[in-house]
Design a protein around this ligand. Structure first.
Ligand code: SAH
Length: 194
């Protein structure tokens, strides 16, 4: 395992994730929204996440900046990173399948929004965010650089902690007791733990 191979693997998993989202993104444009909590705050949170998971690692992979923060590749960590990326892609595939037309890149409620509590949504109530945590972890394990590697954990962490309370409040306002009961029986991202 070399740094170049690890970078290529990171790039391939990023492209696979992008490809997985093409159809949901096209479908979401056609599904009318009845309520949206988008605004400057959501925009800033999405920008933070996109910077950490996309822009920073892309700059590193293509230009090798910031070189001073490099450390030697540890093959065991790279292999673990590959395994994490595989689970992450599987989780994205499942969450998009289960969430269907209810999916949004931001905080929206669709016109015929339904509360999904089955499939991977029976395990945790934010499996897609669990997928993003895995993506960020995979990045940290695959990119041997103290800045570009952990950037995804920081960027997505800002989005996650800045959004999660508001998303759950929005879902509670929309689905009332049904969502409250769902919250009582599920954890947020790690089954039984958190
Ligand atoms: N937080 C979820 C979904 C992320 S997509 C996850 O991590 O899997 C964000 C959109 O999904 C939000 O706009 C919200 O309207 C919708 N959403 C979140 N949980 C949902 C659920 N259990 N059923 C249906 N829609 C949901």
């Amino acid at each position: 395992m070399t740094a170049t191979i690890a970078k290529i693997i990171w790039l391939i998993s990023g492209l696979a994730w992008f490809a997985l989202r093409l159809v949901p993104r096209r479908r979401s444009r056609k599904t009318p929204v009845r309520y949206s909590a988008r605004g400057l705050r959501e925009f800033a949170l999405l920008a933070a996440s996109f910077s950490g998971l996309g822009i920073m690692p892309c700059i590193y992979v293509t230009t090798h900046f910031p070189r001073f923060a490099d450390y030697p590749v540890i093959p065991a960590l790279s292999y673990l990173g590959i395994a994490v990326e595989v689970v992450c892609l599987w989780l994205f595939y499942r969450t998009h399948h289960d969430l269907g037309d209810n999916w949004s890149v931001s905080l929206d409620l669709r016109e015929r929004h339904t509360l999904v509590t089955t499939g991977v949504y029976a395990l945790v109530r934010h499996p897609m965010y669990a997928g993003f945590w895995l993506m960020a972890l995979g990045q940290a394990l695959l990119l041997p650089n103290w800045v570009a590697g952990p950037a995804g954990l920081v960027g997505f962490g800002i989005l996650f902690f800045g959004r999660i309370g508001r998303e759950e409040a929005m879902m509670t306002a929309a689905f009332g007791d049904e969502y409250r009961a769902y919250m009582r029986r599920t954890a947020r991202v790690v089954p039984w733990l958190y």
